[in-house]
Design a protein around this ligand. Structure first.
Ligand SMILES: [Zn+2]
Ligand SMILES: [Zn+2]
Ligand SMILES: [Zn+2]
Length: 541
């Protein structure tokens, strides 16, 4: 039994219980170890396994610049680009070197065929004390890029809802609705037939972090491979644009704080608390809101869009696991070390509230968040928490494909959907190890990690459907075609392959799950994902 939001047994105004009291001795030891680390602020900026003092330093910038140039000479432009980002983090804003590094990064972009970004970096160079005698170099880059951009114009992709937006949840299409269900929380149901390949959700994250130190992402939108500009004061964050820099309420209250360099889950939970803090006009209102939610009363205050989004987050299913006390302790103690937060939570009552709020956030995040992958290097670089996307139930044979671009979650139908059908995503996809398990152990792990018991055909298998091939499906010409050509699938055959998958799935719209249908759905998904190759600019609408 978790004692989340439990109050002490005493008369008057009892506080929420102290979550760090009366614990087994082992916790005591871990707490002491952590507190020592926190006092000594041992976290450095780490890049490619090397540690750097986390303060602006032209000397550090120079060192990084030297290795960046080496990588460039070895034609490892991606690595060189990342190293120039690092150099930019450290360099003093007034240094004339800043403009020179921007130009060098432009050269990396040019060699990675990313001309829009190249031209944007040439512009940034000009704006940053660039030495006058080299200005003609910049003009040359600008002009070259312009030619290439003209040739490649069609490459830019736009992601937007395929169907009109829902009134209540504007990130979602109006052909689905969310139903509150007493037994298993939320479910999402189609209100009309939906075609294959329809984008039904494009949602910006409630909160997101980068958990890779080696790939720079925008602090606000988690974009990778962009024209990053460094925070003028700290070395911890970079932004992809002036808008992302100016729009970061969270960074305004946490610039220079050590949490940026902490282990990713500590960082993730902590940042979600900062998000709650900047969402409400005052801590008293935040407390009032949470109190109403816990007592299941109506919230008696004017709620703006941000507050409503926080409400969605707060109401999500929490893990029924024991509270992750060490994680909660790490986040709580780090928060209390931040002057601004310590000022806001100055009384014991408020501090106990914060302790439980951290625990609540940790439980929601552990149960609902997921990672985004960077396609090019196939490594997980972000952790994101999207609230509406979390309403979709799990199935190991989902009818939606899900992917993240930066801090956005996108859901697209991977088959034809009938009105009344439930919509499912896969909480534990194959590329995260979800399919390597036996049915039994998958069920246990799904229960443990996500608090779900899956009833899909794969988990509750009709053995016949699993083993025996469907003779009609197997001999379908589209199935044969996909089977024959899949080995040779490249960017040129992808569109044809996709069409064959659609033909097949149209024919077997109403057929239940089978190995063949599963195979075609997976192939279709691969084709769609191939369309979003990491280097092309993606616009959202
Ligand atoms: Zn950004
Ligand atoms: Zn900063
Ligand atoms: Zn299942």
């Amino acid at each position: 039994m978790s004692n989340l939001w439990t109050k002490e047994h005493r008369k008057g105004f009892p506080l929420y219980v102290d979550l760090f009291e009366d614990l087994p001795l082992i916790y005591e030891k871990e707490f002491t170890k952590w507190n020592k680390q926190l006092d000594e602020s041992q976290w450095k900026h780490v890049f490619l396994g090397n540690e750097y003092e986390p303060v602006k330093s032209n000397e550090t910038a120079h060192q990084l610049n030297v290795i960046a140039i080496e990588s460039f000479q070895f034609k490892d432009f991606r690595k060189s680009y990342e190293l120039f980002n690092q150099a930019l983090r450290f360099i003093d804003k007034k240094s004339p070197q800043m403009g020179v590094i921007f130009l060098k990064r432009a050269q990396c972009f040019f060699n990675m065929n990313m001309y829009e970004q190249c031209s944007a970096d040439a512009y940034l160079a000009r704006e940053s004390n660039f030495p006058n005698n080299f200005l003609s170099d910049l003009d040359e880059y600008h002009n070259n890029c312009f030619e290439f951009i003209k040739q490649n114009e069609r490459k830019a992709q736009t992601i937007k809802l395929s169907i009109d937006a829902d009134k209540e949840y504007p990130c979602m299409a109006n052909v689905v609705k969310i139903i509150k269900n007493d037994i298993h929380g939320m479910e999402v149901v189609a209100t009309s037939d939906i075609d294959i390949g329809q984008t039904i959700l494009v949602e910006e994250a409630f909160t997101s972090i980068s958990n890779s130190f080696d790939t720079t992402t925008c602090f606000t939108c988690q974009k990778t491979c962009a024209n990053f500009i460094p925070c003028e004061r700290c070395v911890d964050v970079m932004f992809c644009s002036i808008e992302c820099m100016g729009g970061s309420e969270i960074h305004k209250i946490s610039c220079g704080e050590v949490y940026h360099r902490m282990p990713s889950y500590t960082k993730f939970v902590l940042q979600s608390i900062l998000k709650a803090v900047v969402t409400f006009p005052s801590i008293d209102l935040l407390i009032k809101f949470v109190k109403a939610k816990i007592l299941m009363q109506t919230v008696d205050m004017v709620m703006d869009a941000k507050m409503k989004n926080y409400e969605l987050f707060f109401e999500l299913t929490t893990s029924n696991q024991e509270l992750p006390i060490l994680l909660i302790h790490q986040v709580y103690t780090t928060l209390m070390k931040m002057t601004l937060i310590a000022d806001l939570f100055s009384t014991k009552t408020k501090q106990r509230f914060l302790m439980h709020l951290v625990a609540h956030h940790a439980q929601v995040l552990l149960c609902n968040s997921y990672g985004g992958f960077e396609k090019e290097q196939n490594q997980q670089i972000t952790a994101t928490m999207t609230n509406v996307a979390s309403f979709f139930e799990h199935s190991c044979t989902p009818n939606l494909m899900q992917f993240s671009i930066g801090n956005r979650t996108v859901l697209i139908t991977n088959q034809f959907i009938k009105a009344g059908d439930h919509l499912y995503i896969d909480y534990w996809p194959e590329d995260e190890g979800g399919n390597n398990e036996s049915t039994e152990s998958r069920a246990i792990l799904l229960q443990k990690n996500f608090n779900v018991s899956c009833k899909c055909r794969k988990c509750n298998p009709n053995k016949k459907a699993l083993i025996i091939a469907d003779p009609y499906m197997v001999s379908h010409p589209a199935y044969r075609w996909v089977l024959d050509y899949k080995k040779h699938m490249g960017s040129d055959t992808s569109a044809l392959m996709k069409q064959q998958c659609i033909n097949f799935l149209k024919e077997y719209k109403h057929a239940s799950w089978s190995k063949e249908k599963d195979y075609i759905i997976k192939t279709y998904t691969e084709c769609v994902l191939n369309e979003f190759d990491g280097t092309n600019p993606i616009h959202f609408k």
